[in-house]
Design a protein around this ligand. Structure first.
Ligand code: COA
Length: 183
């Protein structure tokens, strides 16, 4: 029975691999994001962490810097790569043949906008599923803007971000953290 089902499903698929896109602003990637990346990588054949342009977020790091920080931060996970897209995330999914969008769902506040975005994306492309992963409780409060705010005041943000982000962020505030390039 199980075998028959597997054969029927795979015959109808153009690509048997499950490519998942994990889209976001990642300005910068945090340990909260990284936990989602690692878990998604254990579920799907390939995970593309994709930096998108949010219409109301000006951007602290450039797209190139964000992609580079993601690559360095996730280099221990073999089936993860980073990219940047400029249009709709669903068009990017189509472009690379992804069939899943992964989003982290933190506290109650995340639900409404995520629900709306998932429904909109389903209208735009019914073949792409949105899958939500709930971050572990100790990481639920972390956000990129919180990290930027703590760092801008010289606070101890380092324990919330991967090492490459820590270095890049400290380099932005030499008055607070010294010359990390020489460290
Ligand atoms: N750990 C830590 N932080 C997390 C997190 C996690 N697991 N999950 C979410 N966050 C934080 C992010 O750091 C970010 O915090 P910030 O606002 O302080 O920077 C916030 O939650 C939400 O960020 P994110 O998940 O990155 O979404 P976004 O709203 O910034 O970006 C895009 C959304 C870029 C993916 C989206 O706007 C996009 O693709 N735009 C292109 C157009 C498009 O397709 N729109 C959708 C139409 S349906």
């Amino acid at each position: 029975m199980g075998r028959k089902y597997t054969a029927a499903v795979s015959e109808s698929r153009p690509d048997p691999r499950y490519i998942a896109v994990y889209p976001g602003s990642f300005d910068p990637i945090t340990l909260g994001h990284l936990e989602i990346v690692e878990r998604a990588a254990s579920l799907f054949d390939e995970v593309v962490v994709a930096v998108g342009h949010h219409p109301t977020k000006p951007g602290f790091f450039s797209f190139g810097e964000r992609v580079e920080m993601i690559e360095h931060s996730a280099k221990h996970v073999a089936n993860v790569r980073a990219a940047h897209y400029s249009g709709l995330m669903i068009d990017f999914c189509r472009e690379i043949g992804a069939r899943v969008i992964v989003r982290g769902l933190r506290a109650a506040g995340d639900f409404e906008p995520e629900f709306q975005m998932a429904l909109a994306n389903r209208e735009l492309e019914p073949s792409v599923e949105t899958v939500f992963l709930i971050p572990e409780p100790s990481k639920q409060f972390i956000s990129s803007s919180l990290i930027r705010e703590i760092a801008s005041h010289g606070g101890p943000f380092q324990k919330f971000v991967p090492r490459p982000v820590s270095v890049a962020m400290m380099a932005r505030y030499p008055d607070h953290y010294g010359d990390v390039a020489l460290a």
